[in-house]
Design a protein around this ligand. Structure first.
Ligand SMILES: *Cc1c(COP(=O)(O)O)cnc(C)c1O
Length: 380
């Protein structure tokens, strides 16, 4: 079976370095907010090109703490509207509602799955104070246009970069476009820890300080509490392991691009709609996409998933139920976001990861291309 994501192989490749890093932490006698944490923050800020990186406990906290900090700084108040794509992973929306802000869901561009500046602009009202931009599946949203809009309307921009480590447009990376950005280092993300971890990047000194304090009991200074904070810290062990993984991120991304280019060039079943157009070299050289997921669309999802499973290929659906149809947001269940609903009922993610072999990639392509026969046969 070709697994959807072989986390064990991804980490075992760096076994010796990970053990060395873990040993360094064990032997240091210092386990929270020490040298590893500080070094990782510096290294990741440098990677993203930002002034600051603040390590936190997970990606959801990175988003929650940023919005919370803007509230403490007087830049947001309860009830303010935050524009967010309707098809995002639910964490983006949880961060907004957790802060008692009002999510304004916007249907995405049906081809890129990301916010489209023109439809975004139509949803800006006098109450809109921020945009939570999600770089879904690893593709950077059209940030030059979104930032221009935000500036024109005086809006804060928070990037959800949980799936887009290293994606760039015009030489500027995810995490360095908005006023702040949340990253997740959940094990399955492109830069994955061996447990939960996350970070905020920003160029705003005051925001960085405020997030740091809120994530540490609201304290700037030991035993002095400025805010009713929480405990959300990146621990030394995960920071040390992430430092090892960060060194390989660009090579891993390159491999993801090669696989995506191979899929997009060779998958030819008429029943399958590929994620991006263009030539193989366009895809391999497009720096705006880091291919966290390779997502196709098909109106025959169940059949295709079963067909691939029978050929020894695991697939997943990102995501089967849109946030507005979740029990958690019952009040919105009657609302309609047709683009998102179409996406949620048609998308299927093929396996993609830096440890996939060429042979596995060819097997996925071959199985996708035999689906046409199966499809024609069952139709005929
Ligand atoms: C993974 C993810 C998150 C949340 O990250 P965690 O570390 O799991 O809390 C937020 N937004 C998006 C788009 C994600 O994919």
């Amino acid at each position: 079976m070709i697994p959807f994501l072989d986390l064990k192989s991804i980490n075992v490749k760096h076994r010796a370095d990970l053990i060395e890093a873990a040993t360094r932490v064990i032997d240091s006698g210092w386990y929270i907010q020490g040298q590893e944490h500080q070094a990782f923050e510096q290294e990741f800020a440098t990677y993203c090109g930002t002034q600051h990186c603040i390590g936190v406990a997970n990606g959801l906290d990175a988003l929650i703490l940023t919005l919370r900090a803007w509230k403490e700084m007087g830049k947001l108040s309860e009830g303010d509207e935050v524009i967010v794509p309707a098809n995002t992973y639910i964490a983006s929306i949880l961060a907004i509602t957790e802060n008692r802000l009002k999510p304004v869901l916007v249907d995405p561009d049906p081809h890129t799955y990301n916010l489209c500046p023109a439809s975004l602009e139509k949803h800006i009202t006098a109450k809109t104070k921020a945009i939570l931009v999600v770089h879904l599946y690893g593709q950077l949203a059209p940030m030059p246009q979104i930032m221009a809009l935000a500036e024109a309307h005086d809006l804060l921009v928070l990037e959800d970069s949980a799936q887009a480590h290293g994606a760039e447009i015009e030489g500027k990376k995810a995490g360095n476009w908005g006023h702040a950005s949340g990253f997740s280092f959940y094990p399955g993300k492109n830069l994955g820890a061996l447990g939960d971890a996350g970070a905020v990047t920003t160029n705003d000194d005051q925001l960085a300080q405020t997030i740091r304090a809120i994530g540490n009991y609201g304290s700037h200074k030991k035993y002095e509490n400025l805010y009713q904070g929480v405990n959300s810290r990146l621990d030394e062990m995960q920071a040390a392991l992430l430092r090892v993984k960060l060194k390989h991120l660009d090579a891993d991304t390159q491999r993801r691009r090669e696989i995506a280019a191979a899929y997009s060039t060779a998958i030819s079943s008429p029943a399958i709609q590929l994620p991006a157009q263009g030539t193989e070299s366009d895809i391999a050289n497009d720096l705006s996409h880091v291919w966290h997921l390779y997502v196709i669309q098909t109106s025959q999802r169940e059949q295709l998933q079963r067909h691939l499973h029978e050929h020894g290929i695991a697939t997943m659906i990102h995501y089967p139920i849109p946030p507005h149809k979740q029990q958690a947001y019952q009040d919105w269940n009657h609302q309609s976001y047709p683009v998102s609903e179409h996406i949620h009922s048609n998308v299927l993610s093929l396996p993609i990861s830096p440890v996939m072999t060429d042979e596995q990639v060819q097997k996925v392509i071959a199985a996708c291309n035999t689906f046409v026969d199966h499809y024609t046969m069952t139709q005929g």
